[in-house]
Design a protein around this ligand. Structure first.
Ligand SMILES: [Zn+2]
Ligand SMILES: [Zn+2]
Length: 389
């Protein structure tokens, strides 16, 4: 039997969107679903065919292979029956059918099981996520023992997580005999559905613990201490194994993911492991050169300014940035120089600057100024007092 084209099966065009493919499949699946067509072999074939086409066309990689190589590109060498279902597809199938057929394990029998719930009652606890805002320096230097408080489900102290009143034990569910699922026959097809009595847990608790009402866990705010590594940045995630929620009925704990938010700093701007900051330098030092004391995150340092340094120069101080999370060393610190221009001068300073400007004008280093300009701009004591009147 030659295989039909997947696009043809679903009745969509070759450039159909994922949404169109999903819709087309859902329509066919409902039409040919075994529930709707008990004992109809042809409908069963159509149903399987549509499911297979959907499994390929809804997966970008497989679809690309199929478009390029046809059936040979997606398992089975062109012949019927060679197709293998990827168990990862299951989540998607359930997603699609959830609202139509009430979820459950309907595909357990058709496509090979794998989705059947583990019997025994215990369930793995869920993972939690917590956003933690730290200040700039906590992120740079790390924190040896940061304490946070999180609300989470924890194993019940009274029953130790079993959910049973002391002295009693859970019993295998009589309805599903501990399987968590019960088989339902629909004509030629056998389906498994979640056991309604134990809700899939496979066991029931005859006398529930009064503290947790049989859940095996209670809601609590807990304090957790952990180390923040030096160099973490905004948006990064730290996993704390086993600090998530406790599972039901004594199941293992999930993990806690701490996501960092880092506050800004008035002085530093962070770019990965490098830091940037502006640094004011009095203009005579830029002209003459000199040494300037500078306080970095790691202590006192000296910045050497060469004579004639441009006022917008960027100076790198190596290894004065943020510690690298993985690997050794730190990023660098970049100082963006800015000329500091004094707003107030003493009469003596004013006189000196005026003289400097005059020599610069006569040397051709500054443009000629209009008549009387210098007197107006800098003014003498006498002129200033006259103006005020
Ligand atoms: Zn049951
Ligand atoms: Zn309890």
């Amino acid at each position: 039997m030659t295989k039909r084209d997947y696009y043809e099966i679903l009745g969509v065009s070759k450039d159909a969107s994922v949404d169109e493919i999903k819709k087309a499949y859902r329509k066919l699946a409902m039409q040919f679903h075994p529930d709707q067509n008990p004992g109809n072999k042809e409908a069963e074939e159509k149903f399987k065919e549509a499911a297979e086409a959907y499994a390929v066309l809804s997966d970008a990689d497989k679809r690309r292979n199929y478009d390029q190589f046809g059936h040979a590109g997606v398992g089975g060498a062109g012949g019927g029956g060679g197709f293998q279902f990827d168990p990862n597809q299951f989540a998607d199938f359930q997603d699609i059918f959830g609202s139509f057929f009430g979820g459950g394990g309907i595909f357990g029998d058709i496509f090979g099981s794998g989705q059947r719930r583990r019997a025994g009652g215990a369930e793995q606890g869920s993972d939690l996520q917590y956003t933690l805002r730290v200040d700039f320096k906590e992120a740079v230097f790390g924190v040896e023992a940061k304490e946070i408080e999180i609300p989470r489900m924890e194993a019940c102290d009274s029953c130790g997580g079993s959910g049973c009143e002391s002295g009693t034990r859970p019993q295998a569910c009589p309805q599903c005999r501990g399987n968590g699922q019960v088989a339902v026959r629909q004509g030629f097809i056998q389906m498994y559905v979640t056991c309604p009595r134990c809700e899939g847990r496979g066991q029931i608790i005859p006398s529930p613990c009064t503290n947790c009402r049989g859940e095996g866990r209670i809601h609590r705010r807990s304090k957790i201490k952990f180390k923040i590594p030096a160099g973490i940045d905004r948006g990064q995630r730290l996993r704390l194994n086993g600090e998530g929620e406790s599972g039901r009925n004594g199941g293992g704990r999930g993990d806690l993911y701490v996501v960092f938010d880092v506050a800004g700093d008035p002085l530093y701007e962070r770019d990965g492991f490098d830091l940037h900051r502006t640094f004011e330098v009095p203009w005579p030092i830029l002209t003459l050169g000199g040494n300037l004391p500078i306080e970095t995150l790691y202590g006192q340092d000296t910045l050497k300014i060469a004579p004639g340094t441009p006022g917008d120069k960027v100076v790198k101080i190596p290894n004065a940035g943020v510690p690298r999370l993985r690997g050794a060393g730190r990023g660098d610190l970049y100082l963006h120089l800015r000329v500091a221009v004094p707003q107030k001068l003493t009469p003596q300073q004013e006189q000196l600057v005026k003289e400097l400007l005059e020599t610069m004008i006569s040397n051709g280093q500054a443009p000629e100024q209009p008549e009387g300009f210098l007197a107006k701009v800098f003014g003498s004591e006498k002129n200033r007092k006259k103006k005020k009147r």
